[in-house]
Design a protein around this ligand. Structure first.
Ligand code: FES
Length: 120
């Protein structure tokens, strides 16, 4: 199998074609590592496996009030993400499109988010 074929298999395995939100989770401490399973479970429960992708990040350089989680494409930065907060982020932000303001400390989409109304 060639290099490109391997890449395409990974693209399919990670469901990149259907991904709508990418969740980056700092796992540089035990707390962040434990958070991964809560995000996975909440995403499964919400039926979002095809559209939400999780990626472990070693450190965002914030290193206070963690665990830190970032959701793209909105560029929503969350602090103090407990397992209960992780479930709320999945239900309210990933599923319903409403960021969980109580834990947001920064917002910075890396490019403008295209609204449905803009493309009509
Ligand atoms: S250890 Fe989590 S942001 Fe640095």
């Amino acid at each position: 199998m060639g290099r490109r074929d391997k890449l395409l298999r990974k693209v399919a395995k990670r469901r990149l074609a259907s991904m709508q939100r990418h969740v980056l989770i700092c796992v540089d401490d035990d707390c962040g590592r434990k958070l991964l399973k809560h995000f996975r479970k909440a995403i499964d429960t919400a039926g979002l496996r095809a559209t939400a992708s999780l990626t472990k990040v070693q450190c965002f350089g914030i290193c206070t009030s963690g665990p830190i989680v970032v959701v793209y494409p909105e560029g929503t930065w969350y602090a103090g993400v407990t397992p209960a907060v992780a479930h709320k982020i999945v239900e309210e932000h990933l599923r319903d499109g409403r960021p969980l303001d109580s834990h947001v400390f920064h917002r910075n989409p890396l490019c403008p988010v295209r609204r449905v109304a803009d493309s009509a």
